[in-house]
Design a protein. Structure first.
Length: 189
């Protein structure tokens, strides 16, 4: 049966193991909750795809709605498909999107529209499956990519290697004169 001190030692060991196990489970649960909170915000930029058939062309309008309490930034619609056909933008629509303020900063409750055209006018208008790929920054500065209604995918920045830093520093030090980067103002006149 053992002695009282050996029972206490066993209970202490079981208690220590239980404490470590509970701490580990809490850590895992907190990490999962944090990830879920991050994705929850990213899900709140929601796409709506409307296909129309004006002037014998198929036009797909992608509307991205900010259903969050925070703004979204740097929104880029990378592409739209109509069935097996990739859509294109007109040059005027592309220029309009590049300067659109809502593309760079989409406030809560606002929409961002992107208009795409099926390039072949002979494509039948028969309700083909329409898909969109877009990327954006959420209100906390995290970069995301999303394919239509799928779960947002976090885009991690590429890490800077020591070789990259060394190459940059070497190039900066190679500037004339003597790496200072300050030029004689007389060269501009």
């Amino acid at each position: 049966m053992g002695t009282f001190p050996s029972w206490l030692t066993l209970l202490a060991a079981v208690g220590a193991f239980a404490s470590v196990f509970l701490a580990w489970r809490t850590l895992v649960a907190n990490r999962e909750n944090r990830r879920e909170d991050e994705v929850l915000l990213a899900r709140l930029l929601t796409p709506r795809l409307v296909t129309a058939h004006p002037n014998d062309r198929i036009v797909v309008t992608v509307t991205l709605r900010n259903a969050s309490h925070l703004p979204f930034h740097q929104i880029v619609v990378e592409g739209v498909t109509y069935g097996d056909t990739g859509c294109q933008q007109t040059e005027s629509q592309r220029q309009h999107e590049r300067v659109a303020a809502e593309r760079m900063h989409l406030p809560p409750g606002e929409d961002f529209d992107s208009v795409w055209v099926v390039p072949d006018p002979n494509t039948p208008f028969d309700g083909q499956d329409t898909q969109v790929l877009f990327r954006y920054l959420d209100g906390n500065g995290r970069r995301w990519r999303r394919y239509t209604f799928t779960e947002p995918e976090r885009i991690q920045p590429n890490p800077v290697t020591p070789e990259d830093k060394q190459h940059f520093n070497s190039a900066m030090n190679a500037r004339k004169p003597n790496g200072t980067g300050l030029l004689d103002p007389s060269i501009w006149h």
